[in-house]
Design a protein around this ligand. Structure first.
Ligand code: SF4
Ligand code: ZN
Ligand code: ZN
Length: 309
């Protein structure tokens, strides 16, 4: 199909692509995901959650290329050198393209970083991080009046989450695992436009498009169950090209609705958190409780470190 030199072969599509056609392919797949799932409208103002990694920078780049108005949101997690490097990548991308990047630093704004938050809340780092990011994303989207929050979750991410939920038959999660979460009760609409593209494609898109992304993964991810699920699915994909895509997309088209009854959005009859004004089931929301415990614990750890060796 392409006369130009091939930069990538996609076995699931039985095709080789030159650079130009591969970029077009990725943008077309994203546009198709957006229209198939009615994710956003042409004049929506979008806020893209940006980590400095390949997926979030690629989705931002693609949305701009498709003509959307999209700002970036970077959350400083305080995870050592990883966070420094990820902030640099996000800032450089935005600066080079004249795009707006909103930055929220957890330590500056809430007085804790992810390692401290994880210890204080006795949660895994990824659980404390997920909760913190969700809170910052929701608040920034609300305060900025954005129509939707965009994340860079790709096909591999979503297939791995689905695999984990199926392994344990997590019914409420299965009911909720959709690429669009509608807005409601102070939560912005959340969309995942990269569900038709895999990890390898996103890395190739960045290389071909000259996007300088942070290759290093977050050091806290080690031991994360999803990594094992991703590897298992990738092994299956090698033997059976297209299996990953079918697993996830046929779940969406054939099975997701069957779990709708088990869906608990956690959004019914929510009150307002008395500290931050976010929707919450209790007087003080789970995020504010985490932030309070973690910021109280942080100075103790700092002085111990100072007084120690
Ligand atoms: S791997 Fe875990 S701790 Fe690191 S950024 Fe992702 S969710 Fe946060
Ligand atoms: Zn071509
Ligand atoms: Zn709160």
């Amino acid at each position: 199909m392409c006369r130009g030199p091939a930069v990538i072969d996609l076995r699931r599509h039985n095709a080789n692509f030159c650079a130009e056609h591969f970029v077009k392919f990725c943008r077309d797949q994203t546009a198709k995901a957006i229209s198939d799932h009615d994710m956003v409208q042409p004049d929506d103002r979008l806020l893209v959650a940006v980590s400095g990694g390949k997926d979030s920078l690629a989705v931002w780049d693609i949305l701009i290329a498709l003509g959307y108005s999209a700002d970036g949101l970077y959350v400083g997690l305080g995870i050592g050198e990883y966070s420094d490097a990820s902030a640099d990548a996000a800032r450089a991308f935005a600066e080079q393209r004249g795009l707006t990047l909103i930055e929220v630093d957890l330590v500056e704004t809430y007085g804790y970083d992810i390692p401290a938050g994880s210890r204080a809340a006795k949660r895994t780092p990824c659980s404390a991080c997920g909760m913190s990011k969700r809170h910052v994303f929701d608040e920034a989207a609300r305060n900025g009046g954005y129509d939707a929050l965009v994340t860079g979750h790709n096909l591999d991410d979503e297939a791995a989450v689905l695999f984990g939920n199926v392994l344990r038959w997590q019914m409420p999660y299965l009911g909720r695992q959709r690429p669009v979460l509608p807005a409601g009760d102070g939560f912005p609409r959340k969309v995942k436009p990269l569900i038709r593209l895999g990890e390898r494609e996103m890395a190739a898109y960045c290389v071909v498009s000259g996007i300088d992304y942070l290759v290093e993964e977050c050091p806290m991810a080690a031991g994360n169950r999803h990594l094992a699920y991703k590897e298992a699915l990738t092994d299956i994909e090698i033997r059976s090209p297209g299996a990953k895509f079918a697993f996830y997309h046929e779940f969406l088209s054939k099975a997701a609705d069957r779990f709708a009854d088990d869906e608990t959005t956690g959004r019914d009859e929510l009150g307002i958190c008395e500290r931050c004004g976010s929707p919450s089931e209790s007087e003080v929301c789970a995020f504010c409780r985490l932030a309070e415990r973690a910021s109280a614990a942080q100075p103790v750890q700092l002085s111990r470190r100072d007084g120690g060796a």
